[in-house]
Design a protein around this ligand. Structure first.
Ligand code: ATP
Length: 315
């Protein structure tokens, strides 16, 4: 495993040999106004970015993997074992960062290390101390007096100090400034070897540009895409052109279709692109642009379509 995101071909070849460290098959969870229904797998030796807007279901997915929430249906296997039947062994090998720490507020940073070490067979005190100082955390400071960013750093330090094979990081960059975010990306790349893996949830796609090998994209509790980052960037491109050159059907095939001034822009699947008029300009897309376009709701696109139809009738 190299210290940068691998190419799609390399990722596919290595995952076929190494197998999956994490597998979710038909995992469902029902709340009053929300249903999660997801399947995806994370090959061993890779970093997967788990992207979705607020409320898409990222934390719910993470919690079901950790058995903090019971899934209503489906199966979850971690290190090849059922996550419920082998919960203690599995948790011993997972480093976790959630949206807030579960430590006693009166504990100091040093106390946290002493308290959590009993839960991990491979706890490494030196590694904890080094990471704490790398993050400029004061070991005498109490949990209750840490800023949000410092609390994130504290959780990350714990997650990195017990020789975990899998890191489950739920929005680990929230509350971190640009320097600390960059530092974290480097620390995560250093952590990686061919036996380690990371599932990293975020809605900040720039975090993933540098480090993610795979992208799993969740929207409204469903997986919209799960494959290598390179495949995703190869599959979609930006399209731009003048008004009135696309049929209504073609407009509807464009993801995040927007009209402005004299033209339109949007995202198109490479197969759709081939069928567009030659006057349409095509460009490679960034990860950020793909996520933004996918997050423009179908309903918004449908509303736009109906509005155009109505305007056409009135003309
Ligand atoms: N315990 C619960 N009871 C009822 N609804 C819940 C519960 N936990 C989560 N939800 C709902 O499930 C949906 C998904 O929430 P979740 O926290 O998984 O999203 P998320 O992608 O992590 O969002 P964010 O980026 O804002 O953290 C939301 O509509 C949320 O209100």
């Amino acid at each position: 495993m190299t210290k940068t995101a691998t190419t799609a071909t390399t990722a596919t070849a290595i995952s076929a040999i190494n197998g999956n460290i994490l597998e979710l098959n038909g995992v469902s969870k029902h709340f009053d106004n929300f249903t999660l229904d997801v399947s995806f797998s994370l090959p061993k030796g890779f970093i997967m970015g788990f992207i979705g807007q607020n409320g898409a279901g990222k934390t719910t997915t993470m919690k079901t993997i950790l058995n903090m929430l019971k899934n209503d249906g489906g199966t979850i296997s971690v290190f090849g074992e059922d996550n419920r039947l082998h919960e203690p062994e599995i948790k011993n090998r997972i480093g976790v960062v959630m949206d807030r720490p579960f430590y006693v507020e009166e504990w100091t940073v040093a106390d946290v290390g002493k308290a959590v070490r009993v839960f991990y067979t491979n706890w490494d005190d030196d590694k904890y101390k080094t990471t704490i100082s790398q993050f400029d955390l004061d070991s005498k400071k109490k949990v209750k007096d840490l800023s949000r960013g410092m609390k994130m750093k504290l959780m990350i330090a714990v997650a990195l100090s017990h020789d975990a094979d899998l890191l489950l990081l739920d929005e680990p960059t929230s509350g971190l400034d640009a320097v600390a975010r960059n530092e974290l990306m480097d620390i995560l790349l250093d952590f990686m070897t061919e036996d380690k893996s990371i599932l990293f949830s975020t809605h900040i796609t720039s975090d993933l540009e540098k480090i993610a090998d795979y992208i799993t994209f969740i929207r409204d509790g469903k997986i919209v895409y799960s494959d290598t980052k390179d495949e995703l960037l190869e599959k979609y491109g930006l399209v731009k052109g003048g008004l009135n050159i696309l049929s209504e059907e073609q407009k509807r095939q464009i993801i995040g279709y927007k009209e402005h001034g004299f033209g339109f822009d949007g995202l198109a699947d490479k197969e759709i692109m081939k069928l567009l008029p030659t006057t349409v300009v095509t460009e490679p897309s960034t990860l950020d642009e793909i996520v933004i376009r996918f997050n423009m709701k179908d309903s918004q696109r449908e509303m736009k379509y109906q509005m155009i139809q109505k305007e056409a009738k009135n003309e």
